[in-house]
Design a protein around this ligand. Structure first.
Ligand SMILES: [Zn+2]
Length: 307
């Protein structure tokens, strides 16, 4: 902020003045007189990190004299009088209980490892993405080894890490703890939802196999149905006016449309369609109300309204 004069000649004393004025200050801030003291305090805070009640990713060392801060200034936006010392990403060890395959709206088979729950960085982690078939085998998208080339097997002990708000990931497999009966994971070649073959497409430009396996069921695959219906009504296909992606989602979730053919019999379900639309308008109005803090007057029930 801006002050007409410094509250004190140093940053430390200025912050102490803030406390006198009633501001809440961090009790972890200290004045250090040597590099050894700085590093000692870094380790002290690191030890308390998980019990602080808020997330931190490191500490910042600063020159205390405000006059020196001004004289040293900034270079390419970075202060020359302050430097961050980050903590290493928090890691934890746990076991892989199961590997589940989720089918996305575009038919991609996405493997997820279900883990024995473990706390990492103050958050309980139970799932971690395994990305694709090659990742499970221990290969990156260029066919280069990751995790020292070890595959992930059900029953394996793995080290996971989570840095800041980053999604948890598997760092390594603890190979010494691998159960003797653990077998390499066999990635399904069939869609677990509809049973259609799941294949890896060849990229026409690069000639390389895609790392993701996809369900070939398309319209017959319930996991892909919504995406297929969205395409069906879109401008490039049937171009059905007034029936955009939003309404498709709404009618699909309400059970009114399961296949493209159901679109043409929607008029036979007029009361249900009207109800679904009214409920969404009501929900939108409620959200606007919550966002603006204003309440509406004379709200009629969904059934009483005419649209
Ligand atoms: Zn499928």
């Amino acid at each position: 902020g801006y002050t007409s004069e410094d509250p004190a000649p140093t940053q430390y004393d200025s912050v102490q003045r803030f406390a006198e004025w009633g501001f809440k200050i961090s009790p972890l801030m200290v004045r250090a007189k040597s590099v050894e003291e700085l590093v000692a305090h870094y380790h002290l805070i690191e030890a308390q990190r998980s019990s602080l009640g808020y997330d931190i990713d490191g500490v910042v060392y600063k020159i205390d004299q405000l006059e020196l801060q001004r004289r040293w200034g900034f270079v390419t936006g970075e202060p020359r009088w302050a430097i961050a010392h980050k903590f290493p990403a928090e890691q934890a060890m746990t076991t892989v209980l199961r590997i589940d395959i989720q089918v996305g709206r575009t038919g991609t088979l996405a493997p997820v490892a279900r883990l024995a729950p473990v706390t990492v960085g103050g958050v309980v982690v139970e799932n971690v993405t395994l990305h694709n078939e090659d990742y499970i085998k221990g290969l990156d998208s260029n066919g280069q080894p990751i995790r020292d080339g070890y595959d992930v097997r059900i029953g394996d002990t793995v080290v996971i890490q989570r840095a800041g708000d980053v999604i948890p990931q598997i760092v390594s497999v603890v190979i010494d703890k691998r159960p003797p009966d653990a077998v390499p994971y066999e990635f399904p070649h069939k869609c677990p939802i509809c049973g259609s073959p799941a294949t890896r497409e060849i990229n026409e430009k690069t000639g390389k196999e895609d790392s993701r396996r996809r369900c070939t069921g398309e319209l017959i695959c319930p996991a892909q149905a919504v995406e297929g219906l969205r395409h069906f009504v879109s401008r490039g296909a049937m171009d059905i006016e007034g029936l955009g992606a939003e309404n498709i989602d709404l009618f699909f979730n309400a059970g009114l449309i399961k296949t493209a053919a159901d679109i043409f019999t929607l008029r036979d379900h007029r009361p249900a369609v009207t109800k679904a639309l009214a409920e969404r308008r009501e929900e939108q109005a409620r959200q606007r109300e919550a966002a603006s803090g204003k309440t509406r007057k004379n709200v009629r029930s969904v059934e009483e309204r005419n649209y």
